[in-house]
Design a protein around this ligand. Structure first.
Ligand SMILES: *[C@@H]1O[C@H](CO)[C@@H](O)[C@H](O)[C@H]1NC(C)=O
Ligand SMILES: *[C@@H]1O[C@H](CO)[C@@H](O)[C@H](O)[C@H]1NC(C)=O
Ligand SMILES: *[C@@H]1O[C@H](CO)[C@@H](O)[C@H](O)[C@H]1NC(C)=O
Ligand SMILES: *[C@@H]1O[C@H](CO)[C@@H](O)[C@H](O)[C@H]1NC(C)=O
Length: 198
């Protein structure tokens, strides 16, 4: 065996030892999860909710962070970056049951059309998804119907999630500058339990 072979052997030994070590520290649930990754055991769910977009007033939840020097003369607000932390509700009314928050950055990123580059997280705070997040990343042509955005990942229950979300503007009140958005998410994720697929 040459010196390269010896080095390779030592490396694979180290990897084997560290992975055995990591495995022994894994909980039963984690082990099931890893087994499910290998077996491709995924669950697909549909999640439906509304987002409360408070665009003005003392309690607004969408704030400008920065803008380019053509934003003010751009028909599409090109170059404006906003950060948001919107309430997520089960129904369209603002006093409807809280399900979580929608948090992240939106950038007006199209010179000709009204379209955003979005980098936002759905942060759940209720029920079986409490503490879990989904990451939504993509282009959002805000004047169109049934805007499709990719779900590129998740945490907690939604580890290794992928899917897509369809969103629409449910209502907009120009006097209060208050919008309600409707989201339907279709997401596949690896199960942590031995649940039967459905
Ligand atoms: C803003 O939030 C505070 C605290 O929750 C509340 O008392 C106040 O009425 C809100 N103001 C408006 C305009 O909604
Ligand atoms: C934008 O900023 C650059 C550099 O500061 C400047 O040269 C340019 O004239 C500005 N353009 C507009 C439209 O204000
Ligand atoms: C929510 O607010 C509406 C008025 O906007 C009211 O009629 C309704 O009773 C409220 N619902 C709850 C659960 O508080
Ligand atoms: C969600 O999880 C947090 C942190 O574990 C906990 O404090 C909170 O009570 C939970 N909320 C619900 C509605 O289950």
């Amino acid at each position: 065996m040459g010196s390269v072979g010896v080095i390779l052997m030592i490396f694979s030994l180290i990897i084997a030892i560290t992975s055995v070590d990591a495995k022994s520290q894994m909980s039963k649930q984690e082990k099931t999860w890893f087994r499910n990754v290998c077996r491709g055991k995924e669950k697909i769910v549909k999640i439906h909710f509304y987002v409360q977009d408070v665009l003005s007033g003392p309690n607004k939840t969408v704030w400008e962070v920065s803008r380019s020097n053509i934003t003010s003369i751009s028909p599409t607000s090109f170059g404006q970056v906003r950060v948001l932390d919107d309430l997520i509700t089960a129904g369209p009314e603002k006093n409807s049951t809280e399900l979580g928050r929608l948090q992240g950055l939106i950038t007006f990123a199209d010179l000709k059309e009204s379209a955003l580059a979005m980098n936002i997280n759905v942060v759940f705070s209720k029920g079986k998804y409490n503490g879990s997040t989904l990451c939504v990343l993509g282009r959002n042509p805000i004047l169109e119907m049934d805007r499709e955005l990719p779900i590129v990942g998740g945490t907690g229950v939604f580890r290794m999630a992928r899917g897509y979300s369809i969103s629409n503007t449910y209502s907009y009140d120009p006097v209060q500058d208050y919008g309600v958005l409707e989201y339907t998410i279709y997401v596949a994720y690896v199960m942590k339990s031995r649940d039967v697929l459905h």
